[in-house]
Design a binder for this molecule. Sequence first.
Ligand code: SF4
Length: 484
Amino acid sequence: MELIASTATPPTRGCKAKGCGTNDDGLAGLPASVREQVQNHPCFSEKAHHHFARMHVAVAPACNIQCHYCNRKYDCSNESRPGVVSEVLTPDQAIRKVKAVAAAIPQMTVLGIAGPGDPLANPERTFETFRRLSEETPDIKLCVSTNGLRLPEFADEIARYNIQHVTITINCLDPEIGARIYPWIFWNHRRIRGVKAAKILIRNQLKGLEMLVERGVLVKVNSVMIPGVNDHHLAEVSRAVKERGAFLHNVMPLIAEAEHGTFYGVTGQRAPSNAELHALQESCSDSMSMMRHCRQCRADAVGMLGEDRGQEFTLDKIASQEIDYPTAMARRQRVQRAILDSLAEATPPLAAKPPPEALIAVASKGGQVVDEHFGHARHFSIYRVSAGRRAFVERRAVALYCSGASDCPEEEERLEGHLGALADCNGVLCSRIGIGPWQQLERAGIEPSSSYALEPIDQALDRFYQDLLEQGKLTTSHPQQATA
Ligand code: SF4
């Protein structure tokens, strides 16, 4: 396999799902500046999606690749729900519609261009719309979703119009897999097929991702989960895009109903079950912040996630409206400030949150390096660790867990003493550990690691703490600490 490398009262409309997706803590490992930037973005912050709205304007009809899950006669069935977009808009019509929606729905914070084709395959219409919005509605965040084929070409243009958020759909890193998803691309005035096409697409997606990150643009990656095609490969995609600076990964289920007329739909490719999707999202979440509340919106969606108020703002309905945008903008600021204030009352300000603390146990023979097998340890040294700080707390003795004798008690009993001694710890460092104890520790909420074997303890503690933080495992106190 070759890998290239309102009001203060929250609105109740929209998403009705209880506990849908991750909570805002899914972003807890990110820098405060990023969390602040997405605090009113309904797609990027799980918490924000209950309070803030988004809209898409369908100004981009053409596409430069073919995906087997898409039939543009029916709009893109994975980037946006099936159903033709009601109207393809000119940039002028799009500006009019954005102002009408912004005035009527003051909690609308985000304007995206997501199709129905690819925005960067329609650069004149897309950037004309963004240019005018950046001048005429400066209080609205601008986003674009793209397949990434022309991203390197337009990364500077994106940064110029202050487009703060970009979503790239990356379904694979392996061109062999890509050839099973993309039958062709249109590149340099030619139609290119198969593995060669997939190679070009993947190369440009990854290069475009890096270029955007260099320019300070926040990048989310969408992937469509296609059982038997790329499902086994998406955890690797997650790791690779994180390495290149993407901050959020959104794994979405394939939509493949035959009536949509897509290749996958008519050839019987199945969609993943909910359980399969959740299991994959879980496995990716070890290395990446995952979005789990995406509603796979239409390319002309308007309103809170999970609702579509587009029919209230059709061209004929807004044709005669004259919007006084400065007045609308002042009201929007008041409403959005009130929402943010009400959220801040519920939680301490993001920037003021102190870094979480971790209690970490270390198995060491001489107290210098991590060099003791978990099963051979007679004691653990306990450290309290937070960002750049560590303090020795105490030494806790345990009975020898494994004597190698045939009269060893049952596994559950053998570990009981260890689990009791480490119950309030977030993690344990050792040089080696068996799979049974590993699983029992994990079940008890204690993260074991032998990845730092033979490292000096201070260095291992810092690196392990950082890992736990990035994986979102230090967002709250360990349950035992909370009740202590
Ligand atoms: S498709 Fe997903 S990411 Fe795009 S607006 Fe809808 S919820 Fe947000």
